[in-house]
Write a protein that binds this ligand. Structure first.
Ligand SMILES: Cc1ncc(C[n+]2csc(CCOP(=O)(O)OP(=O)(O)O)c2C)c(N)n1
Ligand SMILES: [Mg+2]
Length: 369
């Protein structure tokens, strides 16, 4: 059996007074709530999938919550974010409602992509989330493109201010050619994009040491393109903040890319149909002893005195209600209107004999007719 080799022991912030200590209790309680919301949401997602209410591929984020919440917690509201298919956590962390996210998975009309994308395609333009992408590594050139657009808008068109794009990918995506092309162009053009490898040690059932060379030094990939590269413990949200915030500031100010190897672990199988023969229960249990929600709760309770048992119980109960409501909402919501939606939001205009919407696409006359 292959041994998982992450998380390792990335460097910890050294000073006793840490940057995260200057943040308010309110901010850290917000992180706790957000992480617990994702955990609860994913539990319900699995239940709904097992009841065949959700179809298609579905990958849950349990265990990795500190990655999305901690890194998005360092952004401004209009910084673009793009990710792979394990995307429910990023969507919720970016501000999508549980209702829009759950309805999307149920394939219902009020879902964030009108029920046409499903679990792997969470899009939320008002919150600057550009997916949810199912092809491994495909979002990396798109992340470079988003960063190019922000820089062009600010520098050439004189609109808005400097922005940074977060482009998440799994450890499996670092073997893809498109990823290397994206890194090369980002360094060459000075694109403000941070490639965040959510390194959970596995690409489906293949341990990282079996799918990529020099896996213990992933940051060498970034460095080889002259890109500022750091490794961060993604299980500890306070470490994520302390080490990621300066990276965001550097990219924003200097308008150039960065690379982050964010060490994490997923508690559930790769997708909903994974017998997990490639790892032991002991290994999973060992990582659960370093659970990121438990660690933040411990800090807030015992170091800051910002929450007590009763308040934590109340927070969890409120979150349970919010997620339950999202499930009820998704179950009772309407499915998309097939006549209206099947051939809209597509790049290729439908054949005249296939769709009643052929004359007008997005309210405009179909130019092919
Ligand atoms: C180009 C491509 N090849 C193969 C697949 C099948 N596939 C789906 S997920 C996955 C594993 C990716 O693992 P990783 O990038 O580590 O992300 P994680 O699931 O761990 O979040 C593979 C190989 C795919 N979707 N796209
Ligand atoms: Mg992985």
């Amino acid at each position: 059996m292959a041994q998982v080799t992450t998380p390792g022991s990335p460097p910890k912030p050294s000073s006793s007074r840490r940057p995260v200590d200057s943040l308010s209790n309110e901010t850290l309680l917000g992180w706790l709530r957000s992480m617990q919301l994702i955990r609860e949401f994913e539990t319900r997602t699995q239940q709904a999938y097992q009841q065949a209410k959700i179809g298609g591929f579905c990958h849950v984020y349990s265990g990795q919550e500190a990655c999305a919440v901690g890194t998005i917690g360092c952004l401004k509201d209009d910084d673009p974010v793009i990710t792979a298919y394990r995307d429910h956590g990023h969507a919720l962390a970016r501000g999508m409602t549980a209702r829009a996210c759950m309805a999307e998975m149920y394939g219902k009309a009020p879902g964030c992509a009108k029920g046409k994308g499903g679990s792997m395609h969470m899009f939320d333009k008002p919150n600057h989330l550009y997916g949810g992408h199912g092809i491994v590594g495909a979002q990396t050139p798109l992340g470079a493109g988003l960063a190019f657009a922000t820089r062009y808008e600010w520098e050439v068109m004189g609109k808005g201010s400097k922005r940074v794009c977060l482009c998440y990918l799994g450890d499996g995506a670092v073997d893809q050619g498109a990823f290397h092309e994206a890194l090369n162009l980002s360094a060459l053009f000075g694109l403000p994009v941070i490639y965040i490898i959510e390194n959970n040690g596995y690409s489906m059932g293949t341990a990282i040491g079996r799918h990529t060379a020099n896996h213990e030094n992933l940051i060498d990939r970034g460095k080889s393109y002259g890109i500022h590269s750091v490794q961060i413990d993604g299980l500890d949200i306070r470490d994520v903040y302390d080490q990621f915030q300066p990276v965001v500031e550097m990219c924003r100010e200097e308008q150039k890319p960065a690379f982050v190897d964010l060490l994490t672990y997923r508690y559930q199988g790769h997708s909903m149909s994974d017998p997990q023969k490639y790892r032991t229960k002991d290994e999973v249990d060992q990582f659960k002893t370093k659970d990121s929600i438990a660690a933040l709760l411990d800090h807030l309770m015992n170091d800051r005195g910002a929450i007590d048992e009763d308040a934590w119980k109340a927070m969890r109960s409120e979150i349970r209600d919010e997620v339950k409501d999202s499930v009820e909402f998704a179950e009772s919501a309407e499915a998309p209107d097939v006549d209206q939606e099947l051939y809209s939001d597509v790049f290729v205009f439908p054949q005249p004999n296939l769709s009643p919407t052929r004359d007008y696409i997005h309210g405009s006359k179909n130019p092919l007719l």
